[in-house]
Design a protein around this ligand. Structure first.
Ligand SMILES: [Zn+2]
Length: 89
């Protein structure tokens, strides 16, 4: 038995998430297909909370209600917004 041998345990919950929410200062260039920025949105039509992801061109967030499939699209304004949560009414 050697004390040099260390157990390496991969705890997924402690690893940095691949999809880090974009903060102020996150540049679109950093956003690949996997780490796409998202915003939280509450669909008032069904009272469901979900995420919608940014389009590949980075001009808008686009998604749909997981229950009734109603589409929602948020345009990214100049300078963006600090808000990360929205309500689709
Ligand atoms: Zn809905």
């Amino acid at each position: 038995m050697s004390d040099d041998q260390a157990y390496i345990i991969d705890i997924r919950g402690l690893a940095p998430p691949p999809n880090v929410p974009p903060g102020p200062g996150t540049t679109p260039a950093r956003a690949g297909l996997l780490g796409r920025p998202w915003v939280g949105i509450r669909f008032d039509c069904c009272g469901i909370y979900s995420r919608i992801y940014r389009d590949a061109d980075g001009a808008a967030y686009h998604g749909r209600c997981p229950r009734c499939l109603r589409q929602v699209r948020l345009r990214v304004g100049a300078g963006g917004t600090c808000c990360r949560f929205f309500v689709a009414e």
